[in-house]
Design a protein around this ligand. Structure first.
Ligand code: SF4
Length: 111
């Protein structure tokens, strides 16, 4: 049985890349630059992925770790936080918002 994962553009990439840790407050500039470069690369891969919507939806639903659906863990946590405040009634609009944020991220407008 095929799933959306079969069409994932990240298939074949190094899995460790997608779970890169966010640099802490004491991280060196080099570590911050390396992290920023990794995020840009992942955003670029996700931007051209045909299954970004189901990927992001699943990551939001399952509270996944790592970079999914064009967004970092922190960015998805913000979305989940808004969802928790608004409640399940607004689930669909929030997902639409998440997709809009993913599109913005793909354009490099979200840090
Ligand atoms: S959106 Fe990104 S993380 Fe999700 S399947 Fe596509 S390439 Fe992989």
């Amino acid at each position: 049985m095929s799933t959306w994962r079969d069409s994932a553009r990240c298939i074949g990439t190094d899995p460790e890349m997608w779970f890169v840790a966010t640099p802490g407050q004491r991280a060196s500039n080099r570590d911050r630059e390396d992290h920023a470069a990794s995020v840009l690369l992942m955003r670029a891969i996700c931007a051209a992925c045909p299954v970004i919507a189901p990927c992001l939806e699943e990551a939001l639903r399952r509270d996944e770790h790592g970079f999914w659906g064009g967004l970092t863990e922190a960015e998805r946590a913000q979305i989940r936080g808004r969802k928790a405040r608004v409640g399940n009634k607004a689930a669909d609009p929030l997902l639409e918002q998440a997709m809009a944020e993913a599109r913005e991220a793909r354009r490099g407008r979200v840090a």
